[in-house]
Design a protein around this ligand. Structure first.
Ligand code: FES
Length: 509
């Protein structure tokens, strides 16, 4: 067991959560025999499920391809809300009144579970209760706000109209949601991790679970044998139905200091598409305003431009004295608005998964942990049917489904024509990555700060789309299903499990 000073994550930019914390790196291989459950992925979903199972007397193991907190949990903006990106009204129209009520119950239970974990395990994670404000800047947005209000009231979520919002942005109409919350996601994760290890849980880092073989009722990956498997990998690995039901998005966040020294004591959201949000956090004894937005599909837009636009937006409304942090993170938008949590479709019995949390990973990751722990322990869950990953999509969402998939299909073809033709790799500057075609050969090329060129085959190992360069996170991002690779071609995030092939450039000009 060793302590580390900084937690690595799936991008080159540092989130404020990585610095202040020393996660425990724990490798244990001393246990012999079969595990009750293998949990693949050590983010909020995996740790929540693993802790619940371990405490219920099941022997579990977490395998993470990198380390605990490496994925989106280390890059989230860590909001805890009683409402979600998919509004209760939208859930009602797609899944009926009962579905909307269950969705609200699930979110409420997730809220309670986080609170219970913090209290029970005495997790010091900067948890703070805050009022949440949602405002509209024009007539259309005001109408949307009315729908959000009516939908929330109907499922028993407290909301009220207000004329006071602690924002410099002029608004037309606003809602107040009392009792929202925020925390430090990696401090929370560390708390779960400590409790899990204390309960006898086992963690294997740097352990990729590529394929799972079946032998009678056992699931086998390498030397790990388990009676059940939970994929808590943000999106399950390899080719599966979710490649066509969830779209990967990047979201951008900046942590800035304000000249005034006055920070709003609230969680604030506008109603634009994509929306901006504002919250504060004290990092290293310094108060920061965290502002996020400018989301776009992974690999589809220029991340540099997204940060420039976000900074422009912040400067329009706030006097900034310093930009301390900027980072981006990934999330998956489900085609019908609800997450997929439960039995993995078209897989052997005893294999479970969760994906499609939209921008609500803290609550939905927590409730997913609860549901998956219940199912893996052979129990039932009241949310099993609503979030069933094998559900038939409601007709209403079909147009959206087609749109998401047409987009993917477009990139299967279009990216093959988006290459920069060049006769030489020599023009590549230090720190720059580019998709190039040299002498008819397609190369994903990056020149590091020492001047060495790292040349890779740009064909994504998941389903053969062409990856795009992310100049901010210094990664190769796939526009189809969101797999991401580092500059050496190693997988940062799935659904790919195999590295990009290296290309020998010695023969290239
Ligand atoms: Fe599916 Fe790249 S992530 S093809």
């Amino acid at each position: 067991m060793k302590n580390t000073n900084i937690i690595p994550r799936d991008g080159a930019l540092e989130s404020p959560w990585q610095k202040e914390i020393a996660l425990i790196s724990h490798v244990a291989s001393s246990l012999t025999g079969d595990y009750d459950c293998l949990i693949v992925g050590g983010g909020i979903t995996g740790l929540t499920a693993a802790l619940l199972l371990q405490k219920a007397g099941k022997q579990t193991i977490i395998a993470d391809a990198h380390c605990i907190g490496f994925g989106t949990t280390g890059g989230t903006s860590a909001h805890i809300n009683t409402f979600a990106d998919t509004t209760y009204k939208e859930v009602e129209s797609a899944f009926g009144e009962e579905g909307a009520q269950l969705f609200a119950d699930a979110i409420n239970e997730a809220f309670g579970l986080i609170r219970k974990n913090i209290d029970h395990h005495q997790i010091d994670c900067d948890y703070e209760s805050k009022p949440g404000y949602l405002y509209a800047e024009n007539g259309d947005e005001a109408k949307l706000l009315d729908d959000i209000y009516n939908g929330a009231i109907k499922v028993g979520v407290a909301a009220a109209y207000t004329s006071e919002v602690p924002t410099p942005v002029p608004f037309k109409k606003a809602l107040l949601f009392h009792g929202q919350a925020q925390f430090h996601p990696l401090k929370y994760l560390t708390g779960l991790q400590k409790a899990y290890l204390a309960a006898g849980g086992v963690i294997r880092e740097n352990t990729t679970v590529e394929k799972i073989k079946q032998k009678e009722s056992l699931h086998i990956s390498g030397d790990i044998r388990a009676r059940a498997v939970i994929y808590a990998t943000h999106t399950p690995p390899n080719i599966n139905v979710f490649n066509f039901e969830c779209a990967p998005y990047r979201s951008y966040v900046m942590g800035v200091k304000l000249r005034s020294g006055k920070y709003p004591d609230a969680l604030i959201y506008d109603s634009q598409e994509p929306y901006h949000y504002v919250r504060t956090h004290n990092i290293d004894g310094e108060q920061l305003l965290l502002v996020g937005g400018l989301d776009h599909k992974t690999g589809h837009e220029d991340p540099e431009k997204a940060f420039a636009e976000l900074e422009k937006y912040i400067r329009k409304y706030y006097h900034i004295s310093d930009v301390k942090y900027r980072w981006s993170s990934q999330y998956y938008v489900p085609v019908d608005g609800l997450p997929y949590i439960g039995k993995m479709p078209m897989a052997a019995d005893g294999i479970y998964c969760a994906t499609g949390y939209n921008g609500n990973g803290m609550m939905l990751g927590s409730i997913a942990g609860q549901i998956l722990a219940d199912l893996a322990a052979g129990k039932q869950s009241p949310y099993e049917k609503l979030f069933d990953p094998g559900r038939i999509k409601p007709v209403d969402s079909f147009s959206e489904f087609v749109k998401e998939n047409a987009d993917v299909a477009y990139h299967f073809v279009a990216d093959r024509f988006g290459l920069h033709k060049t006769d030489s790799l020599k023009r590549l500057e230090k720190g720059q990555g580019k998709l190039v075609e040299v002498n008819g050969k397609k190369i994903a090329a990056y020149r590091d700060q020492d001047g060495t060129i790292h040349a890779l085959d740009p064909v994504c190992t998941h389903a053969a789309c062409i990856v795009n360069w992310n100049s901010e996170e210094k990664s190769w991002d796939c526009p189809c299903h969101g797999a991401r690779y580092d500059t050496s071609g190693n997988v940062l995030t799935g659904p790919a499990t195999k590295s990009l092939a290296k290309i020998n450039t010695e023969s290239q000009p």
